[in-house]
Design a protein around this ligand. Structure first.
Ligand SMILES: Nc1nc2c(ncn2[C@@H]2O[C@H](COP(=O)(O)OP(=O)(O)O)[C@@H](O)[C@H]2O)c(=O)[nH]1
Ligand SMILES: [Mg+2]
Length: 289
């Protein structure tokens, strides 16, 4: 086999967007070889797979990933081989989503994350089950009334960046990736709506989901102001809910059913347009293409 060409993908997203779960499922998929995949696992020579092995073990047990992950960034690297036999190294920064939120709230980015973000394609994860939509003052006032919280009309509430709707934060994040010091000219972007098992009840394909649930993001991308070539995907990296990582939480019936699936890789679902597969590496192949 030829020496892997270093290629880089950044998996980014706000806290709780499904980044760690996605990496865990991907690692299981390429290591287990239970279902055919476009990219296969290459070789074990390089790197430290402990973090990946740990998260994939939790994933197999249908346990949510740990929220209290040790702070700081882990660069995760996988050597994969494409169908024509050429090797590719895909590196992902698995950073706490808080680092991206900090980019939005405090306008700062660490050196290591900046390096990772400055290279290659971008996979942007958005949890389809947790989109914080813009809210109407009228609805909030009604909610205060129902909950018995005092509400004084006309009294200003000091604004904080964390109040911003999900799509505003995401557009800002993507814009900062296309500005100095992170800008590198045209690149590919996969907008991946995670927890697709929860989002698909809307009966929309992933593109239509982004257009209707995240219209600002969709307009930003289609207007072409920044040089993204993009696609929308629906990703269910778990296939349903897993048992919660919170202590004392009751077991969840969906997780029990998922543990019964013979081949764990078959829990995974990737949806593009009206096509569906178990193969998360299709996105990576497109991103590095
Ligand atoms: N139902 C469902 N939940 C998911 C899926 N993928 C991730 N989640 C949930 O989304 C939450 C955040 O996932 P996590 O990977 O920890 O996000 P991170 O903070 O971006 O690393 C967790 O509660 C996951 O169990 C999925 O495919 N289906
Ligand atoms: Mg995480």
């Amino acid at each position: 086999m030829t020496e892997p060409v270093p290629r880089s993908i950044s998996v980014i997203g706000l806290p709780g967007s499904g980044k760690t779960t996605y990496l865990a499922a991907l690692w299981h998929l390429v290591r287990a070889g239970e279902v055919p995949t476009r990219l296969r696992f290459g070789d074990l020579r390089h790197g430290n797979y402990r973090h990946l092995n740990d998260i994939a073990a939790r994933w197999r047990q249908a346990l949510e990933q740990d929220r209290t992950q040790i702070a700081g960034m882990r660069m995760v690297a996988m050597d994969l081989v494409s169908e024509d036999g050429s090797g590719v190294r895909v590196t992902f920064p698995d950073v706490p989503g808080e680092d991206y939120q900090r980019m939005w709230e405090n306008r700062e980015v660490g050196f290591e994350l900046a390096d990772a973000l400055a290279a290659g394609g971008v996979a942007l994860l958005v949890n389809g089950d947790r989109i914080e939509a813009p809210r109407w003052i009228h609805d909030d006032a009604e909610l205060c009334r129902l909950m018995g919280i005092p509400y004084v009309p006309g009294e200003p509430v000091p604004w904080r960046p964390s109040f911003a709707p999900t799509q505003v934060q995401l557009v800002e994040l993507l814009q900062s990736v296309q500005r100095a010091p992170l800008a590198r000219g045209p690149r590919r972007l996969a907008v991946m709506v995670s927890a697709w098992d929860k989002a698909e009840g809307e009966r929309k394909d992933p593109d239509a989901f982004v257009r209707t649930k995240l219209p600002l993001l969709h307009q930003y991308l289609t207007a072409g102001r920044d040089p993204w070539t993009w696609r929308a995907y629906g990703v269910s990296a778990q296939g349903g809910d897993y048992d919660s990582s919170r202590e004392g939480s009751p077991p969840c019936a969906e997780a029990e059913a998922l543990r019964d699936v013979d081949l764990p890789s078959e829990r995974i679902r990737l949806v593009t347009g009206d096509l569906e597969s178990h193969d998360l590496t299709e996105t990576i192949e497109w991103l590095i293409g």
